[in-house]
Design a protein around this ligand. Structure first.
Ligand SMILES: [Zn+2]
Length: 304
């Protein structure tokens, strides 16, 4: 069908054409070499508002290798990132779930605001359909992501609605990747991390892309980027991921980045001790990327 908006969730990248990842990397790498125009920033007047989203949850846990579920891994890594940012007064950090499940704020929001979230989603889809019809938005063939259930779409669109209303400066979605395999103990073909950023037609794309590039550079110090041909370059624009603000559902000031930190079956996640080391390294590198973007780079300051 010519027009079909997929409700999408990044995680399993099945089939998709991604020609733009290398060019995106090229464009955004240019920002990294711009001489720093600002002196080392002092404490910002208003803390930078960060929302961390550990991918999936206890009901729908994403991918799995052996007995290891993606949702548990995303929570473990997110918690480390949260704990580092929480100690830093320059940030006001929020998280959607913890070891008890969705936090009260988000659990309440998803249930009490369910109708409003569904209306927000339907309205956004209608507006996007009109834009596509009038030629104001060009649909591209991105990686085809998993279609999500209505409940999951309420959660993902709900997170966007909440992030807009609460004026988040950035939202970071944390995931682990998968590639089709025989069964849960099979080791898949590809490895490496990938950082997804909004397509250039999306309102929040420019600053999201810079933030994505800063995180990418840090992760690339230690890890190879994805060997999957649709993710080559490791910095990939996408217009269908709800997490990145598909259908225009994230305001221009809400930077959004989705990181797949590696393929779940990779050696560095196979044992408890290897995973712990990976979480430690990945959290430190991610926070370094966030710090570099907000405090050591030229970019518009978050609005109070
Ligand atoms: Zn995932």
């Amino acid at each position: 069908m010519w027009f079909q908006l997929l409700e999408a969730l990044a995680c399993y990248n099945c089939t998709m054409i991604m020609k733009k990842s290398l060019s995106a990397l090229f464009v955004f790498s240019a920002f990294l070499f711009v001489p720093f125009l600002q002196a080392k920033a002092a404490l910002p007047l208003v803390p930078i508002k960060v929302l961390l989203v550990p991918g999936h949850d206890d009901d729908i846990w994403g991918t799995q290798y052996g007995d290891m579920k993606e949702a548990d891994m995303t929570l473990a890594l997110t918690t480390r990132i949260y704990n580092i940012l929480k100690k830093d007064k320059r940030f006001d950090v929020h998280v959607t779930r913890d070891s008890q499940g969705y936090t009260k704020e988000f659990a309440d929001y998803f249930s009490l605001q369910r109708d409003e979230i569904l209306a927000f989603k339907e309205n956004a889809k209608k507006e996007m359909k009109d834009k596509v019809t009038s030629g104001d938005f060009i649909e591209r063939e991105n990686v085809v992501h998993n279609t999500v259930t209505e409940n999951t779409s309420v959660i993902l669109y709900g997170i966007n609605k909440w992030a807009n209303e609460n004026k988040m400066d950035m939202v970071l979605h944390i995931h682990f990747n998968d590639y089709p395999r025989g069964w849960k103990w099979t080791i898949g073909k590809h490895k490496g991390f990938v950082v997804y950023m909004p397509d250039e037609q999306m309102a929040n794309w420019m600053e999201s892309g810079k933030l994505a590039a800063y995180i990418y550079v840090q992760l690339a110090k230690k890890y190879i980027s994805s060997t999957y041909e649709k993710e080559l370059g490791g910095l990939v624009p996408d217009q269908k991921l709800i997490a990145l603000g598909s259908n225009g559902t994230l305001a221009s000031g809400v930077r959004s980045v989705l990181v797949e930190y590696g393929y779940i079956y990779e050696k560095r996640f196979r044992t408890n001790s290897a995973r712990l080391q990976s979480y430690k390294d990945m959290s430190a590198l991610t926070v370094q990327g966030i710090n570099n973007y907000f405090f050591n780079s030229p970019h518009p300051k978050p609005s109070p």
